[in-house]
Write a protein of this length. Structure first.
Length: 366
C-alpha cells in the first residue's frame, strides 16, 4: 500500500482534499490527521472491521479501547445511553477541546471501538482540520494516536510517516500540533467523575467545573495485569523511546519551580558512568538547566516556568533520541501539579516507572 501524504493549511482549509479523506474513512480505510493534542489514526468508529485495522496498523492490544471523535455535540446522543449531569457541565466548559469523556455506550458502538467494555470514550476536537474532516465524513471517527503502539506519540506528520507508511491510506499533514500530549480522559459513567488520564484540562480545572473528581490509581503507578483498562494509555507501556529512560527526582524538593543541584549532580554522575562504558547517553532537561550538563546529548524540553512548552516538545524529543540511537536517557522530573501531572504521567509510563529518588540530605558532621 502506498500511503498518500496531503498537506492541509489550517488557516485556509480545502474541503476537496478533506473529502478524499472522508471517503476513505466511509469506505472502511485509515487516515491519520492532526488534532490539537497529537496526530490521530482515524477509522469509522461504527465499523468493526475498520477498528480492527487500527489495532493491526498500530500493533495495539485489542482490549485497549479507542476514542470516538465527533464534530458537534448533537452527534453524541446516538453513541451513548445517557449523558450524566457532570458530562453536560464538562461538555459546556471544554468542548470542543482536549477532553475525552467516558459514557455508558449505546448498542450501535461495536466491540472493536469499546475494547469489549460497556462504556465508550468520546471527544470533540477543536483542531479545525480534524473537526471539518469528521463533519464531512458524517460518521464518528475512532482515533488513537497515529504511532506504533508503545512508542512516543506523533506530534508531526513526519512522525506518523515513520511509523505508518505503507500501513494506512492517507496522512493529512497540518503541521506540528499545539498541545503535544494526549487529551484528558474523565469517566463520567459512575456516581463520581474519575480522572483516568491527565492532560491539558487539568484536575484543578475539572474540580472547579464539577466539584468532586477522583483520580484513578493507574495514574500514579502500573496497572495490574488482570485489570481491563477503561481508557487508552492506562495499562500498557506507552510513549516509550527505544532506549532505557530513567527519571531522577528530589524526594522532598524545597521548591517545585527549580530543579535542585543534587538532581543535576546525580544525572552528571550517571551520565559519566555510562559514557565510560562506551554508551551513547541522552539528557532531558529545560532551558534553565541545559548548561549544567557538560557531557552527553542534551535536549531541552522548554521552560520549567512555562510547562506548556515542555508538554509541546516532550514526544518530539523522545523520538529524536530514537533517531540518535542512544543507549539510555536520564531525565529531570517535573512538578505534578496542573499540566505537570500530564507531563509526569507520560514520562513515568515512558520510563516504565524507573525513578531514582534522592532522599533527604543527611546532616554533615563538623
Amino acid at each position: 500500500m502506498d500511503t498518500k501524504v496531503v498537506k492541509i493549511d489550517k488557516e485556509q482549509i480545502d474541503d476537496e482534499k478533506l473529502m478524499e479523506a472522508a471517503e476513505i474513512l466511509r469506505a472502511g480505510g485509515l487516515v491519520a490527521f492532526p488534532t490539537e493534542t497529537v496526530y490521530g489514526l482515524g477509522a469509522n468508529a461504527l465499523n468493526e472491521e475498520a477498528a480492527k485495522k487500527i489495532y493491526a496498523a498500530k500493533g495495539r492490544p485489542s482490549d485497549n479501547p479507542l476514542i470516538a471523535h465527533i464534530s458537534k455535540p448533537e452527534e453524541l446522543a446516538p453513541l451513548v445511553k445517557e449523558v450524566p449531569e457532570a458530562g453536560k457541565k464538562l461538555m459546556e466548559a471544554y468542548w470542543p477541546g482536549p477532553l475525552t469523556m467516558i459514557f455508558p455506550e449505546s448498542d450501535i458502538v461495536p466491540y472493536g471501538t469499546t475494547g469489549g467494555l460497556d462504556t465508550v470514550a468520546i471527544r470533540m476536537p477543536s483542531d479545525p482540520i480534524a473537526n471539518r474532516m469528521i463533519a464531512l465524513a458524517g460518521i464518528p471517527i475512532a482515533a488513537p494516536s497515529a504511532n506504533t503502539s508503545g512508542r512516543p506519540s506523533p506530534t508531526t506528520a513526519e512522525h506518523v510517516y515513520q511509523d505508518m507508511n505503507g500501513k494506512i491510506e492517507m496522512i493529512l499533514d497540518g503541521g506540528a500540533v499545539g498541545i503535544g500530549v494526549e487529551s484528558t480522559i474523565v469517566d463520567v459513567s459512575g456516581p463520581v467523575p474519575m480522572l483516568l488520564r491527565p492532560g491539558a484540562i487539568t484536575i484543578e480545572m475539572l474540580r472547579e467545573t464539577v466539584g468532586q473528581v477522583e483520580i484513578d490509581p493507574a495514574i500514579q503507578g502500573p496497572m495490574a495485569a488482570n485489570v481491563k483498562p477503561k481508557a487508552p494509555g492506562m495499562k500498557y507501556r506507552h510513549y516509550a523511546p527505544k532506549a532505557e529512560l530513567v527519571l531522577v527526582e528530589e524526594k522532598n524538593p524545597e521548591t517545585k519551580e527549580v530543579i535542585s543541584d543534587r538532581v543535576i549532580e546525580e544525572i552528571n554522575l550517571l551520565v559519566k558512568s555510562r559514557l565510560d562504558q562506551g554508551q551513547k547517553v541522552g539528557i532531558i532537561c529545560t532551558e534553565e538547566t541545559r548548561d549544567c550538563y557538560p557531557q552527553g546529548m542534551v535536549r531541552s524540553l522548554g521552560f520549567r516556568s512555562r510547562p506548556e512548552t515542555i508538554a509541546h516538545n516532550l514526544f518530539a524529543v523522545l523520538r529524536e533520541f530514537d533517531d540518535l540511537d542512544v543507549d539510555c536517557i536520564y531525565s529531570e522530573s517535573f512538578s505534578k501539579d496542573h499540566l505537570g501531572q500530564a507531563i509526569m504521567n507520560r514520562l513515568m509510563k515512558a520510563a516504565g516507572h524507573q525513578v531514582i529518588s534522592l532522599g533527604e540530605k543527611k546532616d554533615e558532621k563538623v
